[in-house]
Design a protein around this ligand. Sequence first.
Ligand code: AP5
Ligand code: ZN
Length: 211
Amino acid sequence: KHILLLGAPGAGKGTQSKRLAAEFDLEHVTTGDALRANKDMDISYMDTEFDTPRAYMEAGELVPDAVVNEIVKTALSQADGYVLDGYPRNLDQAEYLSEITDLDAALFLDVNEEELVDRLTGRRVCSECGTSFHVEFSPPAEEGVCDACGGELVQRDDDSEDTVRERLRVYYENTEPVVEHYRERGELVEIDGEGTPDEVFDEIVDAVDDE
Ligand code: AP5
Ligand code: ZN
């Protein structure tokens, strides 16, 4: 299966796509994680404004399409089935994606803006294994310690309130048109993203089973 998971920052894409990939034995392809793992790579040869992905990410801006398209192309060429998370984020990326692959489902996790801000500013991630927690909504058993591996929980650099606001602004300006694009073509499956993680997951699994 080829599944796209769309949603604003904090909508639960990472949380749900990890589970979905495990459930259906798919590759989890996420541009955010790929860029975080390569934050300091030199991208200046692509004639970019900044020399590294880090500069864009810490400001809450999109990393240039040329960089991200290349990551996605390589990852998808190595995957049989996949869940794609964090891409496409603008219409040019959506156009590029349609040239390199076909989709079975485009799912959209719908969450209101206030909830997004609460989720992102309260998120803590494991510095060892990447598992996400939330200080209020899904706290670890022991404060600051990962339940899965015992690693230290940290706040992501771009989860400060100011950067969260900028990421949401970028989302509404650039990525909402992508959601609208799939909706207009009748390809979008809308998922209520405001339930508990288990409720949201059940709704996603039903939608994928229907495709
Ligand atoms: P990326 O890593 O993709 O970040 P994002 O889209 O901002 O999404 P997040 O990871 O913040 O949120 P999520 O939807 O995965 O939510 P999560 O499951 O963690 O991108 C980061 C940056 O990389 C971008 O700003 C950009 O610079 C660059 N980038 C990435 N892709 C790019 C592209 N295609 N083009 C250009 N640049 C790109 O959940 C959030 C929190 O809520 C957690 O604490 C979680 O525990 C909690 N939570 C989850 N579900 C629920 C629930 N149902 N109820 C209550 N709490 C919940
Ligand atoms: Zn961990």
